[in-house]
Design a binder for this molecule. Structure first.
Ligand code: BF8
Ligand code: SF4
Length: 630
């Protein structure tokens, strides 16, 4: 085995610069240039003090104009903007979850979508009180999917998955009126509250932000994750590779991008079809390589070992290689820039969802009923496009790392069961993990999540923070673009254990795991929520007492804010490297960084200095340990 060395951010940047040179030859635009045109950003927007929710405005708060025309003060405006931002994210994740429910509803023994994990389906059915005895698995799938869909609009009651939480959290949420009700209701209520002339009280707005976040994390996202597992299999450890070097110059390259695995799974199926591979050879290629960008990449990496070409700010790079026959997208985090960019190359930019339609793309409407047919047409289109490649523009950076991914909660339980062979319980619980934490072999855990954002040097914060935390025996669970940053750097290679402190290194050796565990896409942060919930139960403590924190150092999307709200809502302190447009209101900022503790026992810390961010997380973990007396 060759010597192991991390890929540095400098090396990744050099590779990007080389690709931008290709781009310059064909007149391609890129985010690196657009950022320059957009900087400095509008201060009113950045501090959250601009209101344009009614046509008397827009109103901007300044020392000379402390109130909008309706009399709303800065705290009301900032708070409303924050709630709207959250509602956007909660709606987006949850609508993805809804699509997955529909896909499950469409599953059939002879259909394109089948039930790959019937055990999980039965487990969830039982959890929800649905009779399973003697039922055909597809009848059960339809019933569970239907029940899941009702979680979006049921008139009474809370989210069903809330019952997974320790009693303490459930009581706390009910008492403080943040327990999530029907998902669509929480989103609609948020939009109602932020309408002109409704709420302008920061407490009310932030409380609803938490509630809207919780309907995402313990509702829409959790259903997205659980039912994706039922349909496509619950992830288990699998080897893959990450970074642009996974694309293959000899092959037809299809890049899947977006979030919904219903599309990417089907593309992978057909790209593997011998008939399609033969067709690719006929067209002069040696085969077909599917790789991914963003969360749909995480989905197929976790379940199939499909390599990850990159994360959010690398999406243009895959086209700039000149070797991408098709970039096939579903929903979310897709740059509209891909349209004009693909026109500079031979690349087909294929949109598939009515939810994400873009100029300069070819729209092939993807539908659960016609999924096989659609996927076949897309793969065929990519294969036929191989001949249009311009060889003089092809340059794929020779840069990739090995990664072991696929750490669903189930996989973590199974893997760690082997670690502490002295303990009694070998029946599949998180007791070994709790024992490691209580003994101090592992000091704690950080959930590293979220995006890239040009406001932070891309990937740098993710990678540097992970290295720092590992050195101090803090294990990392990662998802979304943070996970891909780790994989690109090499932190998901098991050999990265040498970067850990002695305790964590020993655990990695015994359990044969990488020090950064890939838990999936952003909706899969729900896996992390189940993990902390189970860990608290095993340890007999409240979730907020665990030496665990969340961190999104480079976040950018509304979804990320919704996530932040449900992570603190679940009782986990969360550290952000980018300000969520609230610095204009001392009251909202105080609520988010402290005040929310009164309702959910956790709050945010915003720290733009990455080194300080790491130190603060470690301090918080050690504080929690001291308070627990471990
Ligand atoms: O949902 S981490 S840039 S890809 S929003 Fe988007 Fe952010 Fe990436 Fe996945 Ni999550
Ligand atoms: Fe201005 Fe009030 Fe209208 Fe907002 S709601 S735009 S602050 S008048």
């Amino acid at each position: 085995m060759s010597e192991f060395k991390l890929t540095t951010v400098e090396e990744m940047e050099a590779a990007t610069n080389r690709l931008l040179e290709t781009g310059a030859k064909v007149g391609a635009d890129a985010w690196q240039y657009r950022v320059k045109n957009q900087t400095p950003h509008c201060k009113f927007g950045e501090t959250g003090v601009c209101c344009r929710i009614c046509a008397m405005g827009p109103c901007r708060i300044t020392p000379k104009a402390p109130r909008g025309i309706c009399g709303c003060d800065v705290h009301g405006i900032v708070g409303r903007n924050y709630l709207k931002f959250t509602a956007g994210g909660a709606a987006t994740h949850s609508d993805h979850g809804r699509e997955i429910c529909h896909t499950l509803y469409e599953s059939a023994a002879d259909g394109d979508y089948k039930v790959k994990d019937p055990e999980k389906l039965i487990r969830i059915a039982k959890e929800w009180g649905i009779e399973t005895e003697g039922k055909d698995i597809y009848d059960l799938a339809h019933e569970v999917a239907y029940t899941g869909l009702m979680e979006y609009g049921k008139p009474f009651g809370y989210q069903r998955f809330m019952e997974r939480l320790p009693e303490h959290t459930q009581e706390l949420w009910k008492k403080n009126e943040v327990a999530p009700r029907a998902i669509d209701r929480e989103v609609a209520t948020s939009m109602h509250m932020t309408h002109m002339g409704c709420s302008s009280l920061p407490e009310a707005l932030i409380k609803q932000s938490i509630r809207a976040g919780l309907c995402d994390g313990w509702g829409g996202s959790m259903m997205g994750t659980e039912f994706s597992d039922v349909l496509f299999g619950t992830p288990k450890p699998v080897d893959t590779e990450a970074n642009l070097g996974v694309m293959n110059a000899d092959n037809v390259n299809i890049v899947v991008h977006g979030h919904d695995p219903s599309l990417s799974e089907m593309i992978c199926e057909y790209a593997d079809d011998p008939e399609m591979i033969a067709y690719a050879k006929e067209m002069g290629a040696k085969g077909i390589t599917v790789s991914g960008v963003c969360c749909t990449s995480n989905e197929v990496a976790m379940r199939r070992g499909i390599p990850m070409a990159g994360n959010f700010l690398q999406q243009e790079n895959v086209v700039l290689t000149g070797a991408c026959e098709a970039i096939v997208v579903d929903v979310q985090c897709i740059f509209p820039a891909l349209g004009p960019l693909s026109k500079c190359f031979h690349t087909k930019f294929i949109t598939t969802s009515p939810v994400a339609q873009m100029p300069d793309s070819e729209f092939i409407r993807f539908n659960a009923k016609t999924a096989g047919e659609n996927a076949k047409a897309i793969v065929k289109m990519a294969v036929e496009n191989f001949k249009n490649r311009k060889p003089e523009l092809v340059h794929i950076p020779d840069m990739k790392q090995k990664a072991t991914v696929g750490y669903s909660l189930e996989a973590i339980v199974k893997t760690l069961d082997g670690v502490t062979n002295t303990q009694v319980d070998q029946t599949g619980t998180l007791k070994p993990l709790w024992d490691c934490v209580a003994a101090g072999v592992i000091r704690g855990a950080v959930a590293m999540v979220g995006c890239n954002n040009p406001k932070v040097r891309p990937d740098y914060a993710h990678i540097e923070l992970m290295k720092y935390l590992l050195k101090h025996d803090i294990i990392i669970v990662a998802s979304g673009c943070s996970a891909q940053a780790a994989a690109k750097a090499g932190l998901m290679d098991k050999r990265a254990k040498d970067l850990c402190g002695a305790g964590l290194k020993r655990v990695c050796e015994l359990a044969d795991i990488p020090p950064v565990l890939h838990m999936g896409s952003c909706v899969d942060i729900s896996r992390m929520m189940n993990l902390v919930s189970e860990l608290a139960k095993v340890g007999g403590v409240n979730i907020s007492q665990l030496p665990v924190v969340g961190c999104a150092p480079e976040w950018m999307s509304e979804k990320a804010v919704s996530i932040g709200n449900y992570v603190i809502g679940t009782g986990i302190d969360t550290f952000l490297g980018v300000d969520p447009y609230v610095s204009g209101s001392s009251e909202v900022a105080e609520l988010l960084t402290n005040g929310t503790r009164q309702w959910v026992e956790a709050a945010f810390t915003v720290e733009k200095d990455i080194e300080q961010l790491g130190i603060k997380m470690r301090d918080r973990i050690e504080e929690k340990r001291a308070a627990l007396g471990v």
